[in-house]
Ligand binder design. Structure first.
Ligand SMILES: [Zn+2]
Length: 362
């Protein structure tokens, strides 16, 4: 695989990932853009002990532009986009409207003097866009497995690079798909967030895993995977190196977790054979999810990776795929119980969801 590093007109980094070593991509961007200088902040919610990103400049970001104004399509002679190349396979670049960004030394500092209840720091980190294909009308599930392999390689590569940035504590690769989820661009793409903190969900999972290890001397995630494999009731796909299942207490109408059989902390730690099988299984899970309801499938796919610095022995890489679709024409919204109280109620039993997924396209 060939990587080509270049800079956009405002200084942001862009990286092309190509299957063939012979690929040639442009190194310049002839647009006239103001310098990229954004200073997002993070504030500490002292009541929940969670960090919240504050990035008010994101309100100006491009929202559902017409297809002929898509900023993620390749550039043409008539129209220059975010991607200077006339074509590409997989391309990653820094988000123009990031929730976290590499901030210069004069960026936001903690409040002086430090306030016990109002903790604030620079939103140091990075947000990247990952375009999966130059084809505006395609989707992840329509990609050939070879392209999914390139996407996986790009995720792993970026995880390694972003983990090395000062201040970055966790890296999440994810895809939001569908306007019902809040996607502002329809071109097939995902994002990578490099956070300046360990996210609340990861922290909670690792605390639970730590207490489980203390009690049993075993790994919680590995035991959950083994229990699902033994039960079989919620298994969607069992591969040689990966298993996809609906979790016992799934929160979403369609939710699938995909685990490698060997515990690894993150995507860079996967062996070649694991990556190869993952590209097949990822596509199969997505295609089955899309086939369950006769309607579009808005979904979120997110990689749970180990934090950069802590608990790497405890964490267990896995993919969480879920949809807010609960039937044709029906969506599950997070309302009072879920949004205010964090108490989910799922309208489809996990066993039913697993059966629907096994029957779909099987
Ligand atoms: Zn496009």
């Amino acid at each position: 695989m060939k990587k080509t590093y270049a800079r956009l007109a405002d200084g942001r980094e862009i990286i092309y990932f190509d299957e063939a070593d012979s690929a040639v991509r442009p190194l310049t961007d002839s647009r006239d853009l103001p310098p990229f200088q954004l200073r997002p902040a993070v504030r500490h919610d002292v009541v929940l002990d969670e960090w919240v990103g504050i990035a008010d400049f994101r309100q100006d970001r491009t929202y559902l532009p017409p297809d002929d104004q898509c900023p993620l399509c390749p550039s043409t002679d008539d129209r220059l986009t975010e991607v200077p190349a006339s074509s590409y396979e997989v391309v990653v670049f820094e988000n123009r409207f990031p929730s976290f960004a590499t901030v210069t030394a004069d960026g936001l500092k903690a409040l002086e003097p430090p306030h016990q209840l109002f903790g604030q720091r620079s939103g140091v980190g990075r947000c990247e866009v990952v375009c999966f294909t130059a084809d505006h009308d395609s989707s992840f599930s329509a990609l050939p497995a070879s392209r999914v392999s390139t996407v996986i390689a790009a995720w792993a590569d970026r995880t390694t690079s972003l983990s090395a940035l000062p201040g970055v504590e966790e890296v999440c690769c994810f895809e939001n798909r569908g306007k019902e989820i809040g996607v502002t661009l329809t071109h097939p793409h995902g994002q990578i967030y490099a956070y300046p903190f360990v996210t609340a969900r990861t922290q909670r999972m690792l605390e639970t895993a730590r207490s489980y290890r203390y009690r049993t001397r075993r790994n919680l995630f590995a035991d959950v995977l083994a229990a699902e494999q033994r039960s079989g009731e919620r298994i969607v796909i069992s591969g040689d190196l990966w298993t996809a299942f609906v979790p016992f207490a799934a929160r979403w109408p369609l939710e699938v977790h995909v685990y490698p059989h060997q515990q690894v902390p993150d995507l860079p730690a996967l062996a070649a054979a694991e990556r190869a099988e993952l590209s097949q299984i990822y596509l199969e899970v997505l295609r089955r999810m899309e086939a369950v309801f006769e309607d579009t499938l808005p979904y979120i796919a997110a990689w749970h990776q180990a934090p950069v610095r802590v608990d790497r022995d405890l964490a267990y890489l896995h993919l969480q795929l879920f949809s807010i679709r609960r039937g044709p024409g029906l969506l599950k919204y997070l309302a009072g119980s879920e949004s205010a109280m964090g108490a989910f109620v799922n309208d489809i039993s996990p066993e039913t969801a697993a059966r629907l997924l096994r029957e779909a396209g099987g």
